[in-house]
Unconditional design. Structure first.
Length: 372
């Protein structure tokens, strides 16, 4: 028996390779560090959906679809407006996606590959509308002249973002687009294996993000940096945390035993933002840099290093994303990978139905309630 299915292969996939020993991550054979440097999110989505890079014409056509599918229909906007800004955002986004299955059928048909593209765009637009709602602001219509990342920032602020902010979010989306079979993606596959629709499968995956053991660490990492307050308090805080057996948020990964390659890129972005923007961003970065130094010194011998959630809070803060939406930002990135896994699994679908090892009693006799 393998608790948590650790070390168990449950599916074949050509989508990603995680080399935990050498700190490398590949999407369909391409190094994610190279993709983050040279590609765009739309191209990475095409790569994951089709398992190859597009031609220029294919990318233009695919990007055009993503732009067209950004719209929220009247029924979807009315659904969001029914709730106040304090409603739990992941539940609201998941509910929006579920009711959208029938709504989208009327507008874009039932081709599941078209629906796959729609879900990537819909999740981003839906999240932007939910964030605006949480701020007490009206929905901003998508800007067809902007790329996926830039348009998302535009739909939050109502202003065309700087090139720097757009490129930073683009890299973050690419780095978090796919990562094998974590709990969320596996949950989606379990639902998809029943031949449920794509929307229900995605929502099954997204709701797994509610658990504190899967994602959520970026919010806790932000709280951790705020609690420490300044670099000169790091060592005292770390020693106390170790004595209390507290977990250092943003450190450690189920697969990586060296520095998470995604975190390595985000660390460079966070450093650049700290230098260019100063203030709160610099303070958070300096605390994080010192905590990383102390943490690696003590934890690296056990194979524990910073992961992708360690540096992302600093970047989200610089982009103006409120902390309560960090998990949903991850969800927006990961929709591409989750949907791609479902599409791939459906090419050779088999109902996922594992066994459990019964360890209870047997042969017990029923006793009437009056005699118990």
């Amino acid at each position: 028996m393998f608790k948590g299915l650790e070390g168990v292969y449950v599916a074949e996939s050509k989508l990603s390779l995680i080399d935990g020993e050498n700190s490398k991550l590949y999407y369909v054979g391409y190094d994610v560090e190279e993709l983050a440097e040279k590609s765009c999110y739309e191209e990475v989505v095409f790569l994951l959906f089709n398992q190859r890079l597009p031609t220029r014409m294919e990318l233009e056509d695919f990007t055009g679809k993503m732009v067209r599918y950004r719209s929220l229909w009247r029924e979807q906007l009315e659904f969001i407006d029914k709730f106040d800004g304090g409603v739990e955002p992941l539940g609201l986004l998941s509910s929006l996606l579920l009711i959208s299955y029938d709504i989208d059928s009327r507008y874009i048909g039932d081709d599941y590959r078209e629906r796959a593209v729609r879900l990537v765009s819909l999740t981003a637009s839906g999240l932007a509308a939910i964030i605006r709602k949480g701020m007490g602001l009206d929905w901003v219509k998508p800007n067809p002249s902007l790329g996926h990342a830039a348009n998302f920032l535009y739909m939050i602020t109502g202003e065309v973002p700087s090139r720097e902010d757009s490129e930073i979010l683009e890299k973050l989306l690419i780095l978090q687009a796919e990562h094998g079979l974590p709990a969320s993606t596996f949950a989606a596959l379990v639902t998809a294996s029943t031949m449920a629709d794509l929307y229900s499968s995605l929502v099954s995956g997204l709701l797994a993000l509610r658990g504190p053991l899967h994602v959520g660490a970026s919010e806790a990492a932000h709280d951790q940096l705020t609690e420490i307050g300044s670099p000169d308090r790091v060592e005292e805080w770390f020693n106390r945390a170790m004595s209390e057996k507290r977990r250092i948020m943003g450190f450690g990964h189920r697969v990586y035993r060296t520095y998470d390659p995604r975190a390595r890129i985000l660390r460079g972005i966070a450093r650049r933002l700290a230098n260019s923007r100063g203030g709160e961003i610099r303070r958070l970065y300096e605390v994080a840099a010192r905590l990383e130094e102390v943490g690696i010194k003590h934890l690296a011998p056990r194979g524990i290093y910073p992961n992708v959630d360690y540096w992302s809070p600093i970047i989200y803060t610089a982009l103006g994303i409120p902390k309560r939406y960090y998990t949903l930002m991850y969800a927006m990135s990961r929709v591409a990978g989750i949907v791609a896994h479902v599409l791939e699994y459906w090419t050779d679908n088999k109902l996922i139905r594992p066994l459990h090892l019964y360890t209870g009693e047997y042969g017990r006799k029923y006793i009437p309630i009056e005699q118990r």
